[in-house]
Design a protein around this ligand. Structure first.
Ligand SMILES: Cc1ncc(COP(=O)(O)O)c(C=O)c1O
Length: 355
């Protein structure tokens, strides 16, 4: 039924396939920035916490009876850690962006979306009436577009660190969007930047205000799965009432919450260690003439699939990212704390970047 489309994807070199990679490869591809997913003691602690809880799983939506004290305590913990009024957990970052955009952009409102915003936001933008795309990370273009459109509410959506380019959010966007509702997707910045490794609010020392929304994921630096939204009590209450990916879905699993909590506690208790490890890797990356605002390194190369295969033979796994995910192909290296600095240097040498 879809044979012709599949053939066309193959011809365009865009065909994708899941692979069972050798788990012994040095992992420079995944989003487990701090290497928490291999710390078994975090899993043991999380397991014990869930084991001592009367139920194993939430059983229902948060709006029925799937909301447990584990969800409640975790939300409170995240909100107070990040200095937001309130929070809510969501099944995944993809669902969280869908929830935010579909629910908050009402009739008469306009969504202003960074052109490099994650696919979840692009998909969600198809569900709303009016969308304006602004130039990537460009406060001037956003300002121009905010003033040249009329709307009831403006909702601006940006990322803390952009997932593909690795670009750090331009802090001027906070100023330009001060009259708008600002959604900051911190999937790749939480656990990676900031004084307390909390992300860009922390890095730019921005006190969260009623117009700020922070979305974060648990499946990246926090070494678990799921997501959370932090905002004013009013926004969280509105989402509970209107966001379909929150209302009509089973609450986030207890095991994922317990594991994420262990991950965040691990980071908080070893903050200076993780910060030093991040800085050391950024210095290595810069010594190769490359840029690193977080831990994502992009190397534009044409034949990414072949390069990825060659690196696998050398024992390294990297991301081979192709259109339509990005405009032109690139090798995406995640300089994870989970792999050694020596291996990072060896990998960058293999990529034959000048030292
Ligand atoms: C910027 C960004 N937002 C959202 C998501 C989705 O998060 P999740 O994997 O939890 O669905 C991702 C994940 O790839 C991402 O990179």
């Amino acid at each position: 039924m879809y044979q012709r489309e599949l053939e066309a994807l193959k011809r365009a070199n865009r065909f994708r396939k899941r692979e069972l990679f050798d788990p012994n490869l040095k992992d420079f591809a995944s989003n487990d920035y701090l290497g928490l997913t291999s710390k078994k003691e975090l899993l043991t602690n999380a397991y014990q916490k869930v084991y001592s809880y009367p139920i194993n799983a939430p059983k229902a939506s948060q709006l029925v009876n799937g909301y447990t004290s584990l969800h409640f305590e975790f939300e409170q913990f995240l909100a107070s850690l990040n200095r937001f009024e309130a929070g809510i957990t969501v099944g995944s970052g993809f669902l969280a962006n869908l929830a935010l955009i579909e629910a908050l952009v009402r009739k008469g409102d306009t969504l202003f979306l960074d052109e490099e915003f994650h696919a979840s936001g692009i998909l969600a933008s198809r569900l709303v009436d009016k969308v304006v795309v602004f130039n990537h990370n460009d406060p001037k273009d956003l300002k121009k577009k905010l003033s040249s459109h009329s709307y009831k509410r403006a909702i601006v959506a940006v990322e803390g660190i952009y997932s593909m380019s690795g670009d750090l959010l331009n802090p001027e966007i906070f100023e330009v969007a001060k009259e708008a509702l600002l959604i900051v997707d911190e999937a790749h910045s939480s656990g990676v930047v900031g004084e307390k490794l909390l992300g860009v609010f922390d890095l730019f020392n921005i006190t969260p205000s009623f117009n700020h929304i922070k979305m974060g994921t648990l499946g990246k630096a926090y070494g678990s799965y799921g997501a959370y939204i932090l905002a004013s009590q009013e926004i969280i209450s509105f989402l509970e009432n209107r966001a379909k990916p929150i209302i009509y879905t089973t609450a986030l699993s207890l095991m994922d919450i317990a594991l994420a909590l262990e991950g965040i506690k691990e980071i908080n208790s070893n903050l200076s260690f993780y910060k030093q490890e991040i800085i050391a890797r950024q210095e290595i990356i810069r010594s190769f003439g490359l840029e690193a605002k977080g831990l994502i390194v992009d190397i534009p190369i044409k034949n990414v699939v072949e390069v990825q295969k060659r690196l696998i033979k050398e024992g390294f796994l990297v991301g081979a990212i192709r259109p339509p995910t990005v405009k032109s192909p690139l090798i995406r290296v995640i300089a994870r704390v989970g792999e050694s600095k020596e291996d990072l240097k060896r990998l960058l040498r293999c990529l034959s970047v000048k030292n």
